[in-house]
Design a protein around this ligand. Structure first.
Ligand SMILES: Cc1cc2nc3c(=O)[nH]c(=O)nc-3n(C[C@H](O)[C@H](O)[C@H](O)COP(=O)(O)O)c2cc1C
Length: 147
């Protein structure tokens, strides 16, 4: 299964999570690529079977700038039977906590993708203990669903 981690991150939090996911996949022997949305060739997205999509949320629930640019370009793409798992960082003091994660999840599912596991929403800094635990659980869940 060709696997891509694609993320958009402004201050590095979602990038950190993406890198942790990448490390986990490497340790699990799962071949994959990891790309920042700001340097990804959009049409290549259809070459992958499993998409691990990550974006932080900004200004009233919108997608991170680079991920949003990618998102706008794939509006007419067909993701039927592609598998997805979604992650992102946010701050629960905002009204739309991790709104970008919800937007991504909804869009890809409407385009025929299969959501493998519940999305990962990290509140605050991903390096903090409770969030790392959340991430570990999510990764374990992902691994189970990849079998
Ligand atoms: C101006 C501003 C607006 C934000 N808006 C939201 C929001 O609507 N929802 C949310 O969950 N987080 C919001 N955040 C929090 C960021 O998503 C959070 O800091 C996140 O960790 C940034 O991740 P990144 O470094 O990967 O971009 C906002 C932060 C700032 C500074």
């Amino acid at each position: 299964m060709k696997t891509l981690i694609l993320y958009g991150s402004l201050t590095g939090n979602t990038q950190y999570v993406a890198e942790q996911i990448s490390e986990f996949l490497t340790q699990s022997g799962i071949e994959h690529e990891i790309m920042n949305a700001n340097s990804f060739s959009v049409k290549d997205v259809l070459n992958y079977d499993l998409l691990l999509l990550g974006s932080s949320t900004w200004d009233d629930g919108i997608l991170q700038y680079d991920f949003d640019a990618f998102f706008q370009e794939v509006q007419d793409f067909d993701f039927t039977d592609k598998k997805i798992a979604v992650f992102g960082c946010g701050d629960s003091s905002y009204e739309h906590f991790c709104g970008a994660v919800d937007t991504i999840e909804k869009f890809w599912q409407e385009k025929g993708a299969i959501k493998l596991i519940n999305s990962l929403k990290i509140d605050g800094f991903p390096q903090q203990e409770p969030n790392l635990e959340l991430l570990q659980k999510w990764l374990a869940d992902l691994q189970t669903n990849l079998k």
